[in-house]
Every structure is written in structure tokens, then in C-alpha cells.
Design a protein around this ligand. Structure first.
Ligand SMILES: NC(=O)C1=CN([C@@H]2O[C@H](COP(=O)(O)OP(=O)(O)OC[C@H]3O[C@@H](n4cnc5c(N)ncnc54)[C@H](O)[C@@H]3O)[C@@H](O)[C@H]2O)[C@H](O)CC1
Ligand SMILES: [K+]
Length: 484
């Protein structure tokens, strides 16, 4: 468990935006925020006369929510505004407030408790006018001031006071993580007790990285003197039916070339003869049902299912069966498409060392509307990885690799030659072949995707998928020569 991050205002806003982009409306976040404030007040104070000071932004919006919830519990609450609600969410929450509302300073009554919802993350300049008077008043109300998010006038990114007036609070209720302004003086003292409320935000994703040897070469599974074929991992690839066997063999050959110790094609009876005619170092094993498939894959470290497997219930059943072996699965092509109408069933079966390798069309079938709805394909891939609970390689000229834990990488060098039939089968084989050798799945996905593209770059025009496994040898030689 790592220590909680302390965020800048921008990082917090990004977390806020990411939650909204992932489907949680800002209003829901605001309702959760305001609820946390009301609950914190009810936990610390007896019912009393409360003035909620609401500014024009979403900080004020939180204040309208807290006022509504306290009033609903029978507290005597009124709102004093500094500026009319200026954001859609703040306006929506102000509209739901049915109690009394006054211009700040016009209420003509004293409160036992004031809630500072004037400015929070959006403070951009020193307090002025009524806000200054109220800030000064808060300093004489010891024990009776609660700030929402941060005491108004305190800069969230430094803890410094903008201008010469800021609220002083006994309790500050903030959201998701502390900001710098909560821990550095004088903001720290101005906050009083800081309560961090969870409103369902995720930690900011780790930075996007360029995919390249620097990201994973230190952990590349080079054989050691003690290695023998079983140590170098066992890969299984599920073949399609009689006339659909080339894809699995491409994946199998890629896995063997990238270094898996033992590679086996698991073949339905109809395709055994065809496969047998084309395989030498790669072993062949027939399966006629799921039990035999599991037996064939039982001691595999990684398994590829999907290339020309057939968009059939059998493929679905085979995937479910393989999920119960200890092997990490690389799920591609038909094994993705076959879950078009029931992606949840696939996701429920996957775990974090499994890898999905969709092209945009297959991505759309599993995550309908996500690619169009997200700000960009990286965000889509990241969200898909979280949703699937597995590594996602979203293929394309700008292939992105995303992990449920927030890691992500993008192929930055072009490899247009990869747009040829079967290149996806080889990619699946490269990735699974590396996982079979013990490489962690995200790094294996990155390394496989980079080596795949590097092979294509070195070959250039005229590339066909059959060339790719062989081409990896020169790339591996150079990686080996350059290893740390
Ligand atoms: N981050 C979260 O997860 C959530 C944050 N919420 C709350 O939203 C505020 C941030 O809201 P925002 O609208 O961005 O800014 P503010 O409400 O802080 O105020 C901006 C508003 O005020 C004007 N302004 C700025 N400084 C001054 C000034 N000195 N005098 C007058 N006016 C000023 C500025 O022009 C804007 O119009 C955050 O703090 C949370 O409380 C969500 O609601 C819940 C989740
Ligand atoms: K505030």
C-alpha cells in the first residue's frame, strides 16, 4: 500500500474530470461532496443555527448540497451568497435548495456555525468585498467554522493566502486526497482538522510512457546458463478448424522465435493432419472437447486463443475452460468477437495477467461507444483495461498498451508495414511467448508490441506476416547486445 498522494489543484481537477469521463456525472460528485460535509458537521456539532456561505462556483455548489441535507435533518439553515451560481452544477444544486437565501451580510441574523463554501479549487485572486469581511468574522468564531474543500482565500497549490484575508476553519472537509494547501503553512493552520472524504475518484493514472526497450529491457527474460526448454516456459496456441489453421501456427511460430521453450498447437481433430504437415519444432496435440483442451494446456504458462478460432460457442467454451488452467491468456480476434453481446462474461473470466489484443473494430464490439466517447484512444484503452481487469493492447498505427493499475505506453515509431493479414496473430504469439518465459504481462505486451513493430520497420515494403517471426531474431540479437 503506497502512502496517499498529496495533489496539486490541477491533479485534483484531472481526477475529477477522469471520473466524469468514465461516467460519473459532476452532479453526483457534488452530491457526494456535500453529503460528506453535512455528515461531518452532524458528527461534530449538535443541531444549531447554520449559515452556509455559497460562492459562485462548484465550491458553492457543495455548500447548497450541505445546506439542503442539514435542513432535511431539521437544522436551522440559511444560505448567504457571494455571487450567483455560475456553473451548471452549482445552479442545479442551488435550484434544489428550498430554504432561505440572502446576499452575504443581508441575513440580519447571527449563526452558531458558518460553513465556508465561497471558493475552493477555483480561487484565482484575493478575496474582496463581503468575502473579506466574512473571512475576518471567521477568525472571531473559534470552534464554529467549517470550510468546504479549503478555507476560502487559501491557495490550494501553496497554502499561501492570496491577498491578505482568508478564512480560518476548525474543520475542513476536502475530497479524495489532501492538496498542498492543506499541509503547508499558513494554509495548514487555517484548515483546522482536515477530513478527507472519498467521493469515488480514482488515483491519477501513472504517466503515459513511450514504448521502447528502456521501459522493459532490464526485465527481458534472457535465458541463463541454467535454462533449458522447460525453464523457458511453455506456450500453447489453440488452432482453428481444418481450413483455419495458419493463424494459430503463425502465433505459435512467433512464440517459439521470441524464446518460449516449448510450444504446442492444440488442434481440433479436423485440423490435426493439416497442422502436422506444417510443424517441426512446434508440438501438436489434438483435443476433441474442453476437458482434453484443459489437459493439453494444463502445464502451459501462457496460451493464445482467438486467431481463426471461429466465432462460435465452442470458442467461448474453450476460453472459459482455459481460464481455469494456470496459464495466462492472450485473447485475440475471434475469441474477442465471440463475446460481442456479452463482454461482461469475458471480463468476469479474465484476470490481471491476461492480455486482450483488439483492433479498433474488436474493441468496439467489447466496449461499445467507448472509443468515440473517450477524449482519445489512450483514455479508452485505460478505461477498457479497468473494465476488463486485464491488459489491453489497442492496436493501430498508434498502438497503446494499458494496464488496470494505471500503467500505459504507446508505440511512438510508425510501422505501416504491419497492416497485412496475419500480423495480429504474430503479435499475440510474441506477447504470449514472452509471458510464457515469465515476463510480467504488461511488460510482455509492451515488449511484444515494440518488437513486432521493430521487425516490420526493419523489413519495410513487401512485408508479409510469415516474415515476422524470423525477423525477430535480429531484433533480439540487438536487444541482447545492448542489454544492461
Ligand atoms: N474536485 C472534486 O473532486 C470536486 C470538487 N468540487 C468542488 O468544486 C470546487 C471547485 O469548483 P470551481 O467552480 O472550479 O471553483 P470555486 O468554486 O472554487 O470558485 C471558482 C469561481 O469563483 C470565482 N473566483 C475565484 N476567486 C475569486 C475571488 N477571490 N473573488 C470572487 N470570485 C472569485 C471564479 O471566477 C469562479 O467563478 C472544489 O473546491 C470543490 O469544493 C465538486 O463540486 C465536488 C467534487
Ligand atoms: K471554501
Amino acid at each position: 500500500m503506497t502512502a496517499p498522494a498529496i495533489l496539486t489543484v490541477e491533479q485534483m481537477t484531472a481526477a475529477d474530470r477522469a471520473a466524469i469521463a468514465a461516467g460519473t456525472p459532476g452532479l453526483v460528485l457534488m452530491e457526494r461532496a456535500g453529503t460528506a460535509v453535512a455528515e461531518a458537521i452532524r458528527a461534530r456539532f449538535k443541531p444549531c443555527r447554520v449559515a452556509v456561505l455559497c460562492g459562485p462556483g462548484n465550491n458553492g455548489g457543495d455548500g447548497y448540497v450541505a445546506a439542503r441535507l442539514l435542513k432535511r435533518r431539521g437544522w436551522t439553515v440559511w444560505v448567504e451568497t457571494v455571487g450567483a451560481p455560475a456553473t451548471a452544477d452549482a445552479r442545479a444544486m442551488a435550484a434544489k435548495w428550498r430554504g432561505e437565501t440572502f446576499e452575504a451580510g443581508e441575513a440580519g441574523r447571527n449563526a452558531d456555525l458558518i460553513v465556508d463554501a465561497l471558493f475552493g479549487a477555483g480561487l484565482t485572486r484575493p478575496l474582496e468585498g463581503e468575502a473579506v469581511r466574512l473571512a475576518r468574522l471567521s477568525r472571531s468564531m473559534r470552534g464554529r467554522v467549517v470550510a468546504i474543500d479549503i478555507p476560502s482565500g487559501v491557495d490550494g497549490d501553496s497554502g499561501k493566502v492570496r491577498g491578505d484575508a482568508a478564512f480560518r476553519a476548525d474543520l475542513t472537509v476536502t475530497f479524495h486526497r489532501r492538496k498542498i494547501g492543506h499541509v503547508l503553512e499558513p494554509g495548514r493552520a487555517a484548515c483546522g482538522e482536515v477530513l478527507v472524504a472519498d467521493i469515488g475518484l480514482a488515483d491519477a493514472a501513472q504517466p503515459l510512457r513511450e514504448n521502447g526497450p528502456a521501459l522493459w529491457s532490464e526485465r527481458f527474460p534472457w535465458p541463463t546458463g541454467a535454462s533449458h526448454k522447460h525453464v523457458r516456459g511453455r506456450l500453447a496456441v489453440v488452432s482453428g478448424q481444418q481450413t483455419q489453421t495458419g493463424a494459430a501456427r503463425l502465433a505459435a511460430r512467433a512464440g517459439l522465435r521470441i524464446g518460449a521453450g516449448v510450444v504446442t498447437v492444440l488442434s481440433p481433430p479436423s485440423a490435426v493432419a493439416v497442422n502436422a504437415a506444417h510443424l517441426e519444432a512446434i508440438m501438436l496435440r489434438a483435443f476433441d472437447n474442453e476437458a482434453q483442451l484443459v489437459e493439453g494446456a494444463d502445464n502451459a504458462d501462457a496460451v493464445v486463443i482467438g486467431p481463426a478460432a471461429g466465432v462460435t460457442p465452442e470458442t467461448r467454451g474453450n476460453l472459459f475452460a482455459l481460464a481455469h488452467t494456470g496459464a495466462a491468456m492472450v485473447v485475440d480476434a475471434d475469441a474477442l468477437t465471440v463475446f460481442r453481446d456479452r463482454p461482461g462474461e469475458l471480463f468476469a473470466t479474465l484476470d490481471r495477467d491476461d492480455v486482450l489484443t483488439p483492433h479498433p473494430g474488436e474493441f468496439e464490439r467489447l466496449f461499445p461507444g467507448l472509443l468515440d466517447g473517450a477524449p482519445h484512444r489512450l483514455a479508452a484503452a485505460r478505461e477498457a483495461a479497468v473494465k476488463a481487469g486485464a491488459i489491453v493492447i489497442l492496436k493501430g498505427a498508434d498502438t497503446v498498451i494499458a494496464s488496470p493499475d494505471g500503467r500505459a505506453a504507446v508505440n511512438v515509431e510508425d510501422a505501416p508495414w504491419l497492416a497485412t493479414a496475419g500480423s495480429g496473430d504474430v503479435l499475440a504469439g510474441f506477447v504470449a511467448g514472452l509471458i510464457a518465459q515469465g515476463m510480467e504481462s504488461f511488460e510482455a505486451a509492451c515488449a511484444g508490441a515494440w518488437i513486432h513493430a521493430e521487425c516490420a520497420r526493419r523489413h519495410g515494403p513487401g512485408l508479409i506476416a510469415e516474415d515476422l517471426p524470423q525477423l525477430s531474431s535480429a531484433v533480439l540479437r540487438d536487444l541482447y547486445a545492448a542489454r544492461a
